[in-house]
Ligand binder design. Sequence first.
Ligand SMILES: [Mg+2]
Length: 124
Amino acid sequence: MINISDLRSMGYFDAIDADKDPLKAYSNWVETKILTSRSERLVENTLGLVGEAGEVAEKVKKLIRDKSKFSNKDIIKELGDVMFYVTALANYHGSDLREVIEENIKKLESRQSRGKLKGNGDDR
Ligand SMILES: [Mg+2]
């Protein structure tokens, strides 16, 4: 398993940022890989997220349809691609991966405490 010091030794994270906040360091690192700007970036990052989520779905589809197996490593690579674009979009919207995670935890904990994990609607 790769840890923060491995990533740092590969030159991925600024040492100070990674020590203080690895999620912020990842968000900063993602920003160094962005190739587009403004509205073009919004579209490219959004399509990237959908495309990578589709790659996850495709592996599961082939598992069902063709009985072809994928390794945990294969799916983790695709989930990493999804996380890249989630982070890129969070950055675009003036946020970062940490805030996305924290807001998601708050939302789901609230739903669970109110017995609303099942059902429809963004604001339940
Ligand atoms: Mg991919």
